[in-house]
Design a protein around this ligand. Sequence first.
Ligand code: CU
Length: 169
Amino acid sequence: MARDNAVSRRTALKLTGAAASTALVAGCSSGGNGNGNGNGNGNGNGNGNGNGSGSEPVAIEAGAKIMFKATSANKWEGKSPSGIEGQVNPTLKLTEGETYEIGWDENGGSVAHNIAIFNDSDEQVAGPTDVVSEPGEDQILEFTASSGVVEYACIPHRTQGMKGSIQVE
Ligand SMILES: [Cu+2]
């Protein structure tokens, strides 16, 4: 009995130690990151704060250039800004009235794509760009985050899920 208790105490101490060091690591990583948002997948520690990659809206700085890679699976993969890097079809949180650039400059396959911005009436408020397999400057759109803007998408593959949400606040 006494022996069992001693073992449990040791185990408890070990667990406490592990939790404490995890907390220290988490504290460091959020302290070192100026914008502190949605970068839970940056360090691969998805269980730290429960953020799944891609589902949490990522706040984008006003005026930012939002760039994607077209994947061979016909999805968008975020490249920049760093908050969306590596995320599939990330949800973008934009500031109403601000202007942004959005586009893609890399193709992970040989399939051709384009990009357009849609509002909540399913009208294109920017684009579409030409459907191409080798993206250049022509695949970058400039648009204003008006209140009805809700989605970016590749039109040929929109129904396959090559799209992401935009939240304007
Ligand atoms: Cu596409």
